[in-house]
Design a protein around this ligand. Structure first.
Ligand SMILES: Cc1ncc(COP(=O)(O)O)c(C=O)c1O
Length: 395
């Protein structure tokens, strides 16, 4: 059944267990050195701690980012500095090497949208300067860059589970190169009974509310809904998925919550239900359906004026997180579109991002819309999405 609104993130249901367990495209969750965390941003914090980053150190970050990529370094007291990106989202290394790199300890590079970046070049650049590399795979749980799986290039790699699996929380870090984790990482605080139950309930409730648990939808959504109403009222996860959560205005300054990181949560173990799904959920379907949706979006959104696919050709050996769409004039239509459709824009920049020569990242923050293309959307969802975008933006 096709329900409105289209879910922004994957949804648990019987379909989650279709297809082959292993994917032909490498998955970060199969790598040695894997540690689960409560989120991608928690994993960045743990990665920085693993690398021993603190006050006096500088962390280099891309000009195109969301605040969750920056907050961990800033909250550890490190200086954050931003580097420009070329038209493919690759760090402009020639610009970086003209800068004073004194105090730079870490460079974070991201596989934006789930499309692999040329990591060999970035790795070599970091090696030459003894700068540690955090490979941000939050958008890229699957893939290969050059001859190696994604997640094996960084000294540490991080990922975000909620973007690929139907879980309310979850991330992971992969520690490569024989680095020792600081004592506290393996000894993350236990996940108490409350968060364990909430996570399990969230997973099942979203599936039932979205009609994906045929035979049990009414029973589950009714009884869990009643339970929540009697106890605390509402699941943030269900709201976020449906797109009813509050959206800050692009021009509004970052709130203290957006700049902060919950250190206790970041040092807590991931709930068993989310870890279990990370282990057992079949992976091939995730890769195959995301690739099909990406290609369908590319076909539907090509050949118009006022909008164009940023990367029309999907590289082999990856599973996209979103489809990046360039829009000439995204406003004022975007805010209303965001309410109706599973679209995101990284317009919440960290305050100190400078205007850098030849940088594409800052322009993307305004013009690039990230369109969901996850495995639990249907072909009809994709077609409705295309129709809404063309209707709004085709000049
Ligand atoms: C590139 C990138 N890195 C890190 C994160 C943080 O991940 P999480 O939302 O799981 O905290 C995000 C979140 O959107 C992201 O897009």
């Amino acid at each position: 059944m096709n329900r409105e609104p289209i879910p922004r993130l994957p949804v648990f249901g019987w379909q989650s267990f279709d297809g082959a367990r292993a994917s032909s495209t490498p998955c970060l969750l199969s790598l040695p050195g894997l540690h689960y965390s409560t989120s991608g941003r928690a994993a960045i914090l743990l990665a920085l701690e693993t690398l021993g980053v603190g006050p006096g150190d500088t962390v280099l970050l891309p000009s195109y980012h969301c605040p969750t990529m920056v907050a961990p370094a800033a909250n550890l007291g490190a200086r954050v500095a931003f580097y420009p990106l070329d038209e493919h989202g690759t760090p402009q290394l020639h610009w970086l090497q003209q800068q004073d790199l004194t105090g730079v300890r870490v460079l974070l590079a991201a596989h934006f949208f789930g499309l692999p970046q040329p990591m060999a070049r970035i790795r070599a650049w970091c090696n030459e300067r003894r700068i540690a590399l955090i490979e941000d795979c939050a958008h890229a749980l699957f893939g290969r860059s050059g001859d190696r799986p994604i997640g094996t290039w960084g000294d540490v790699a991080i990922a975000s589970l909620t973007k690929f699996l139907p879980v309310p929380e979850g991330g992971c870090l992969v520690v490569n190169r024989g680095l020792a984790l600081p004592a506290r990482v393996p000894a993350l605080a236990a996940c108490g009974l409350g968060p364990q139950l909430r996570a399990a309930m969230d997973i099942i409730e979203v599936g039932a509310v979205q009609g994906r648990l045929t035979g049990f939808n009414g029973l589950i959504s009714g009884s869990l809904g009643l339970l929540r109403y009697l106890r605390s009222g509402g699941s943030r996860f269900v709201d976020t998925l449906g797109g009813t959560a509050e959206i800050p205005a692009p021009a509004a300054p970052l709130s203290s919550a957006e700049r902060a990181i919950d250190s206790a949560l970041a040092h807590r173990r991931l709930s068993a239900a989310s870890r279990w799904l990370g282990r057992v959920m079949p992976r091939e379907r995730i890769v195959a359906r995301r690739r099909q949706h990406y290609e369908r979006l590319a076909r539907g959104l090509s050949g118009h004026t006022g909008l164009r696919p940023l990367r029309p050709h999907l590289p082999a050996d990856c599973a996209p997180y979103v489809f990046p769409l360039w829009v000439d004039q995204p406003d004022p239509g975007y805010v209303d579109l965001r309410r109706r459709m599973p679209v995101f824009r990284w317009d919440r920049m960290w305050p100190e991002v400078p205007s850098l020569p030849g940088d594409h990242g800052r322009r993307w923050s305004h013009h690039v819309l990230q369109l969901a293309c996850h495995q639990d959307m249907s072909d009809a969802d994709i077609d409705n999405f295309v129709a809404a975008l063309v209707d709004l933006y085709n000049l």
